[in-house]
Write a protein that binds this ligand. Structure first.
Ligand code: HEM
Ligand code: HEM
Length: 203
């Protein structure tokens, strides 16, 4: 069929579920976290204990929902995606030095973004859990925990702005949003941006 050759599958339903569960929870944590952090917003919204509860319950729901997607989803394809993200070859290094070398399903920038996202998720969860525990037991109180949580937030906001610009605004890359919503992208777009990946697709 013509439409089969025009589009190629980019993300499986499980990959999309992982992305959107993570993105939704992250944005909710960012919004509630910022209200806790910015004094003007804190005063405007008030009800600090409720916001704190919302923040922590969202964190619990985030981890539970991600676990559920992984347990119920297509783990074989997720493992394959992980391998693709971990593989860092010479072309990736050259690409980071701004040479226009061909890229696979994920370019080197996306691989770095995925690694940072995963590392930050763990660090957010560890520092957030310590903040929660520290309020209940002084043995878990460390001066640097809140600093770490705050710095992770600052860097995440910078990464998120770049990510959203590429996914929604920048003309050359915004077609990728179709892949993360419907699962498929145009073959000619994929060939232009990810030439080492497209030939692996069935014709
Ligand atoms: C498992 C994940 C997380 C847990 C368990 C968690 C937990 C917490 C806790 C317990 C607090 C302390 C609230 C207070 O005492 O005022 C807090 C504050 C905060 N969180 Fe999270 N959090 C998590 C993820 C995130 C994420 C992903 C973001 C941002 C994208 C974030 C941003 C913030 C901010 C900005 C504050 C306020 C810090 C301050 O007052 O200096 N948190 N979090
Ligand atoms: C409404 C908000 C968001 C939109 C519209 C969006 C859009 C996208 C799109 C279109 C892709 C696929 C790019 C491709 O074709 O390869 C993608 C991938 C990805 N997204 Fe998002 N995203 C959002 C929020 C987030 C958030 C909040 C995070 C993490 C905190 C995140 C982390 C990632 C990661 C790690 C990837 C794979 C690597 C990459 O493409 O950089 N996204 N996103």
């Amino acid at each position: 069929m013509a439409s089969d050759s025009v589009y190629v599958e980019r993300f499986t339903p499980t990959e999309r579920a992982v992305h959107w569960v993570h993105a939704t929870a992250f944005l909710a944590l960012l919004a509630t976290g910022l209200v806790l952090y910015v004094p003007r917003l804190s005063i405007l919204v008030g009800r600090r204990p409720l916001l704190k509860d919302l923040h922590v319950y969202t964190a619990v729901a985030w981890i539970a929902a991600l676990t559920l997607v992984v347990v119920l989803g297509d783990r074989r394809r997720l493992r394959q995606t992980l391998r693709e993200l971990e593989e860092f070859d010479n072309d990736d290094l050259m690409w980071l030095r701004r040479y226009p070398v061909p890229q696979g399903r994920f370019n080197a920038g996306q691989k770095v973004n995925a690694a940072l996202t995963a590392a930050f998720a763990v660090l957010f969860a560890v520092s957030g859990s310590l903040l929660w525990l520290g309020e209940r037991d002084h043995r878990f109180q460390f001066a640097s925990t809140i600093l770490l949580h705050d710095w992770l937030t600052y860097i995440s906001v910078v990464l998120l702005v770049g990510h959203l610009y590429l996914a929604v605004i920048y003309p050359a890359t915004r077609h990728s949003l179709r892949g993360m919503t419907t699962g498929a992208v145009r073959r000619d777009w994929a060939k232009r941006h990810h030439p080492k990946w497209v030939p692996e697709q069935r014709q």
